[in-house]
Design a protein around this ligand. Structure first.
Ligand code: GDP
Ligand code: MG
Length: 416
């Protein structure tokens, strides 16, 4: 997803003038990328609408850095899509784990118990899945492996088991209830869960969601929204490179994501951290880094001063020196050139591979302050003197002045 979004964004940045058409094209590409990442359709629609509104509101077309700005908008909107407050687990309460069969409920119970145990919080594991004996023993095996108590199995209905477990409340910080699942949402299962909810009155009612669920997330979330839920646990993130479901979940269910399962073992989980997740979705924070760089660049005082001068149509040879210094400091021409509309094309056409600007700086420093302020006074004899002083030729001096003229013209257009 990150690569596709970045490509779409980069194509915006390549032209010197950004049109609404370019933006629409990039948004279409981002749409395809989101679709391929299995983000639910309604979520894509609202997401792109928001990005578009932001682009309009912040006048992307007239922006100095259209590609940077749209990256930031995409990043921020994605963060808004998944953002929730830091996860807080209610103290001394019951946790009810629900979800489709095979979504990872039993595994999640083990992970939660493991996490709490590491924090010296005691838990009791309870299986409310008497329909599959294997499910009960699965929970018992997990409990034993991590040294957490499991309620002994007795032949009885689930409601009786739930009440029996609740009678142990004084002895544990948390009671974690594992429930049965079905392959598809069905009425019988829902009714059982509703009744269990009224008996257990858990503070944490978690819906486990398999991250491989794909587009059927829309349907599943609708059915489960009939229950009282206050959090989502996403499982099998390790098996899914698409991660689109993360973007879908919060807006479809309007519930915080509280837990991320990243493997089959009790210790395979990740704490929820919105920024980290968005960085991961967008490929290890490249876009964040881009945004960071822009911020750095913009906060650079000299640069800001220069920008305002350039916007007023003022650009002198002294500004050129500052510009060259700044480029060197920011590390590498290529990363900076594309920040300046039109600059890339001009410098490319000059095929200036010397990124240290040694020759140019020598020429500029051989000029007097007066000459730099007003290059028009540079006649043949002055040019000869400068060439001699900088160890270059009159031709080099002329070339620099021509380039400077082009840049000045470009900045003049740019300010308009
Ligand atoms: P339940 O039917 O909802 O209780 O699902 P289970 O907890 O029994 O999990 C179903 C299958 O998914 C099992 O083979 C688990 O080992 C596997 N599983 C659960 N969570 C994860 C996870 O985060 N990553 C991976 N790779 N496998 C998982
Ligand atoms: Mg199970």
């Amino acid at each position: 997803l990150g690569v596709s979004v970045r490509n779409a964004v980069q194509r915006i940045g390549n032209g010197s003038v950004v049109t609404q058409k370019d933006i629409d094209k990039a948004l279409r590409e981002i749409r395809i990328a989101l679709l391929e990442a299995d983000v639910a359709l309604p979520v894509i629609k609202t997401f792109l609408q928001k990005v578009q509104d932001q682009a309009l509101g912040r006048n992307l077309v007239k922006s100095l850095y259209p590609d940077q700005l749209i990256s930031k908008i995409v990043y921020d909107e994605m963060l808004a899509l998944v953002n929730n407050d830091p996860v807080h687990w209610a103290r001394r309460s019951s946790i009810l784990v629900m979800g489709l069969q095979g979504s990872g409920k039993t595994t999640l119970c083990g992970k939660l118990a493991f996490m709490f145990k590491a924090q010296n919080i005691s838990t009791l594991l309870v299986s409310l899945d008497p329909y599959r004996p294997a499910a009960q023993s699965q929970l018992a095996v997990i409990g034993n492996s991590i040294g957490v108590d499991v309620l002994p199995v007795v032949e009885e209905d689930v409601y009786t088991t739930a009440k029996r477990a609740l009678s142990k409340t004084p002895f544990y910080d948390h009671i974690i209830f594992d429930t049965a699942g079905r392959l598809h949402v069905d009425k019988e299962l829902m009714e059982e869960l509703v009744q269990l909810q009224s008996i257990i009155r858990a503070k944490e009612n978690l819906l486990v969601c398999d991250s491989l669920i794909g587009q059927s997330i829309t349907e599943v979330s609708k059915s489960f929204s009939k229950l009282t839920l206050n959090g989502i646990a996403l499982s099998k993130l390790d098996a899914n490179h698409k991660a689109g479901v993360i973007l879908s979940l919060k807006s479809l269910l309007d519930l915080p994501i509280k837990f991320l399962g990243t493997g089959e073992k009790p210790q395979d989980f990740m704490q929820w951290d919105a920024k980290r997740i968005v960085n991961r979705i967008l490929d290890q924070g490249d876009i964040a880094e881009l945004v960071h760089k822009t911020t750095q660049l913009l906060s650079h005082e000299t640069h800001a001063q220069q920008l305002s001068r350039i916007q007023k149509g003022i650009f002198t040879l002294d500004d050129l020196i500052v510009q060259m210094d700044a480029m060197q400091k920011m590390g590498g021409l290529s990363s900076i050139l594309k920040l300046i509309p039109g600059m890339g094309a001009i410098l490319e056409s000059l095929q200036n591979k010397d990124t240290s600007f040694k020759k140019e700086k020598a020429i500029l420093s051989s000029m007097t302050v007066k000459e730099r302020k007003d290059p028009k006074i540079l006649d043949a004899s002055r040019k000869k003197r400068i060439a001699r002083g900088s160890g270059t030729t009159v031709q080099d001096v002329n070339q620099l002045l021509t380039r400077f003229g082009e840049m000045k013209k470009m900045f003049g257009k740019f300010s308009k």
